[in-house]
Ligand binder design. Structure first.
Ligand SMILES: NC(=O)c1ccc[n+]([C@@H]2O[C@H](COP(=O)([O-])OP(=O)(O)OC[C@H]3O[C@@H](n4cnc5c(N)ncnc54)[C@H](O)[C@@H]3O)[C@@H](O)[C@H]2O)c1
Length: 400
């Protein structure tokens, strides 16, 4: 794999799901390190963009790296699964969603290995990067056949925060686990090229590290959101309470601001842990009820004072997180849906996400009686709110 050594493989690294939010930045960083990298995916639209040097989504710092690695021939894009036969390290960065009943959808993820099987060889290293339901690596082995020693299967979960992978991949310690010592050594060798520190664990430990981390974050958001609801019911400004709680007081310093806790990972991974613990992870369920209930709480509060059928409401910020363009599982949409159900005229606007039904920020501010901040994009720090408009700003981002 070294930049100089000869290998039978045309690629050092092949990333399956290579054009996704995890696969693409990871592939770019390996290519930047000089490894010949192939991004394999099924999305021809994203493939077309990436081949032309255009990032298909916001990932800070990625655009110039993409241009460079295309120019120096370190990066290739493929829509053909056969490309897995050409790489030494095969990284799986596919989505691992839950279904409408909040159960992990493991079948689709595992079925990819049925398709990959005929292209895989035992001298390759298979690295699972997706966040998986515990025991998934054992299931992969079952599908591939043979004993643990006959394959080199590693689990190295991704821990970046979306939008900032380029920076964080080179800063965060990397969890490395594997089904054999050889798999661990190989994966550690690969990630040692980009990560400042390797932390070795068993596969079971690594599976829990990832699920516990996301559940922990999700629960922290639920705590602050529940505090927000209690404060509002009490007629008290939660942001002032939080400020007073945390100022110069280390023990509460990590209390996040209130706000929608959404996106494709936190709820999903908390629910994976709920399912794994036979529905006994009561804190996980409670966090889901609080976080997913926040839009309903806001609407109920508004209904106490306004006839929503006569009210125009603008939601500023439709992505699931600030300063990115990803709308996956954003609670702004849930909020809009409930408001419309109660008869409100609802406008949507966003700084990054594009949709022909959205209106400009200026039009939204002018046309709405009530403005709700859906996500704290930095641009909202300097919003000029026209006189007489009511603003609901959980994050406290808009200057009063
Ligand atoms: N998004 C994050 O910030 C983040 C952070 C840490 C971990 N994760 C985990 O990483 C995994 C991937 O998440 P994501 O956000 O990158 O998802 P994503 O949807 O952005 O990316 C998945 C990619 O896989 C591709 N794909 C789907 N089926 C395919 C197939 N059969 N063959 C090849 N490619 C296929 C899709 O086209 C897409 O480009 C999930 O398990 C997620 O929980 C995500």
């Amino acid at each position: 794999m070294s930049k100089k050594s000869k290998s039978r493989f045309p690629f050092d690294v092949v990333v399956i799901g290579g054009l996704g939010h995890v696969g693409l930045p990871l592939g770019l960083i390996f290519a930047k390190e000089g490894l010949k990298t192939c991004l394999t995916d099924i999305d021809s639209v994203k493939a077309g963009l990436v081949k032309r040097g255009i990032m298909p989504f916001i990932e800070y710092g990625a655009q110039p790296i993409l241009k460079n690695v295309l120019k120096n021939g370190k990066l290739a894009v493929s829509l053909d699964l056969k490309s897995v036969s050409k790489g030494k390290y095969i990284i799986i960065a596919l989505g691992t969603p839950i279904d409408e009943y909040l159960n992990p959808k493991t079948r689709v993820f595992l079925e990819i290995f049925l398709k990959l099987k005929k292209y895989l060889r035992r001298d390759q290293v298979i690295i699972v990067r997706s966040t998986v339901y515990p025991h998934t690596c054992q299931q992969i082995l079952k599908i591939l056949g043979g004993s643990a020693n006959s394959w080199r299967i590693a689990y190295c979960p991704e821990r970046i925060v979306q939008g900032y992978a380029v920076k964080e991949l080179e800063e965060l310690p990397q969890i490395v686990s594997g089904m054999t010592a050889e798999a661990v050594d190989e994966a550690a060798k690969l990630f040692g090229l980009i990560s400042p520190k390797i932390i070795k664990t068993s596969i079971e430990e690594a599976e829990l590290v990832k699920l516990f981390s996301n559940s922990w974050r999700y629960i922290q958001f639920a705590v602050t959101n529940q505090f927000y609801m209690i404060a509002r019911d009490f007629g008290v400004d939660y942001n002032k309470v939080r400020q007073a709680m945390t100022e110069g007081y280390g023990r509460t310093a990590t209390l996040p601001t209130a706000g929608f806790a959404a996106g494709p990972c936190l709820l999903k991974d908390t629910m994976q842990l709920v399912a794994f613990s036979s529905d006994n992870f009561v804190l996980g369920h409670a966090a889901m009820l609080v976080n997913e209930g926040l839009p309903n709480f806001l609407v109920n509060k508004l209904r106490q004072k306004h006839d929503l059928s006569k009210t125009k409401i603008g939601i500023l910020g439709m992505t699931f997180k600030a300063d990115i363009d990803d709308i996956r599982d954003s609670l702004s949409y849930k909020l809009g849906k409930i408001l419309r159900f109660h008869g409100a005229k609802v406008y949507y606007s966003d700084e990054f996400a594009k949709d022909c039904t959205f209106v400009s920020k200026e039009k939204l501010l002018k046309s709405s009686d009530i403005i709700i901040i859906g996500v704290p994009h930095s641009a909202y720090k300097v919003l000029k709110i026209p006189r007489g408009k009511k603003v609901i700003d959980l994050w406290g981002i808009v200057k009063k």
